[in-house]
Ligand binder design. Structure first.
Ligand SMILES: [Zn+2]
Length: 112
């Protein structure tokens, strides 16, 4: 399975397509089963918007949201899905590292 099919497989199993029309879900499932390349260009254009997501950004300990809008696709998107707690709010690599820094900082403050 290529990255595209793995992303779609993740999206199907995590309910990303639940709010979509049956037809859209069917095409996504077909892409997972037979490969994205097997879809017609019309079908691919239905699925393509799902393959590009943007980072939701993170909020720092001071309550400031960084308004990150980094575009996630391919390996980066798959990784974001695999590491996220909530598939509706994805974080890019830079936000993930900031976020773990804040967590680390907070843990240290709590220990002191
Ligand atoms: Zn980000």
């Amino acid at each position: 399975m290529s990255v595209t099919e793995r992303i779609l497989n993740y999206q199907i199993t995590h309910g990303i397509f639940d709010g979509e029309e049956q037809m859209v879900r069917g095409i996504a499932q077909r892409a997972v089963d037979n490969g994205f390349a097997s879809l017609s260009s019309r079908q691919q254009s239905v699925i393509e918007p799902f393959l590009t997501q943007s980072c939701s950004g993170i909020t720092d300990p001071g309550g400031y949201h960084n308004e990150c809008e980094q575009i996630l696709m391919g390996e980066e998107l798959l990784e974001a899905y695999e590491l996220c707690d909530d598939s509706e709010s994805l974080e890019c690599e830079s936000c993930r590292s900031d976020s773990s820094f804040y967590t680390h900082q907070r843990d240290r403050l709590e220990r002191e």
